[in-house]
Design a protein around this ligand. Sequence first.
Ligand SMILES: C[S@@+](CC[C@H](N)C(=O)[O-])C[C@H]1O[C@@H](n2cnc3c(N)ncnc32)[C@H](O)[C@@H]1O
Length: 321
Amino acid sequence: MRSGHIEQSGHVPVMLDRVLELLAPVASAPDAVIVDANLGLGGHAAALLAAHPRLHLIGIDRDPDAIARATSRLAPYEDRVTIVRAVSDELPDVLRRSGHERIHGALFDLGVSSPQLDEPERGFAYSYDAPLDMRMDPEQELTAEHVVNTYPVAELTRVLRDYGEERFAARIAQAIARERARRPITSTSRLAEIVREAIPAATRRTGGNPAKRTFQALRIEVNGELAALERALPAALDALAVGGRVVVLAYHSLEDRLVKRILAARTKDTSPEGLPVPLPAHQPTFRLLTRGAELPTDEEVTRNPRSASARLRAAERIRQG
Ligand SMILES: C[S@@+](CC[C@H](N)C(=O)[O-])C[C@H]1O[C@@H](n2cnc3c(N)ncnc32)[C@H](O)[C@@H]1O
C-alpha cells in the first residue's frame, strides 16, 4: 500500500517508517486528530490515513500547488481530511475553524518540497536558470529578486550569514551590491555566478556548489521560515492533548537548533535551583521520544538523496501544565 502511494507520485516521504511508528500510538486511538503542518504532496499524510482507518487529518500548506496535489492524492480519504491553505503559524485559527481545538498528533516536515525544487520557474534552485522568485505562496509580495536588489548591504550580509551560515556573507553581499548598481539581478543563474566569483578560488573547489548557502538563506528570508516555525511549533505543542505526540523533520542546522530549543523548553524542569521540592508549575509538560536528533539510514539516503540532511525529533505530552 505504502509503496503504491510512493510510486504514484514519484515522491518519497522522508523517514516515513519512523514517522509512522512514532505517531502510531496516537493515530490509532478512537477519534484521533493529527495535524500535518507541511502537507506538501501529502506523502506522510496518505500513509497515516491508510494505516489508521479512523484517523482524521488536518493538512496545512501555504503553497496552492501543494494544496491542489495533496487534495487529489488524498481524495480516497476525503471524509477524514481537512485541507487548509495557510501558513503553519495560523494553526490556532485553523484548529478553531475546523472544530478540533485539541489534537493528538502533529507532524512538521519542514522546508521545501520536491516540486518546489524541481520546477525551474519557482526559482528555488541554482541548478536551473529562472526568475529569482522562491515564494512558497506565489501571492505573497516579497520575492528573492526584491531581497537581492533592494536590501541594504548590511541587511543582506545578515541574511546570508544568519540563514545560510555563509562565512563569505559580506563579500557576497558586496558583490551583489556592485552588480545591482549596474543592472538588476533577475535570474538564479546570474546570482549563482556572482556568488561563485565572490568567494575565494580555493574555496570554490571544495564543498559542493558555492551558491547553495546563499540560496538557502534567501529562501528562508523570503518565506519567513524560521519566524513561522518559532510560532507554529509552540502552537502545536499547546494544542496537544496529554499523551499527544509531535514529530518534526528539520533539514538544516538552524531549523534543527530552533526545534531543539522549543522542545527543550517544555521537557525540562524549570524550578529555581536549591528548592527542597520541585514546583508543580515548573515540571516538564513533555518528554522527548528521541535521543538527540535521529538521522535517516544510509540505505534511505542512497534511495532518496534529499533525505540526507533530515534531522528528526519527537516528543510526547505528559502533563497538561
Ligand atoms: C518537505 S515538504 C512536505 C512534504 C510532505 N511531508 C509529503 O510527504 O509530501 C514541505 C512543505 O511545507 C510547506 N511549507 C513550508 N513552510 C510552511 C509554512 N510555514 N506554512 C505552511 N506550509 C509550509 C511547503 O510549501 C512544502 O509544500
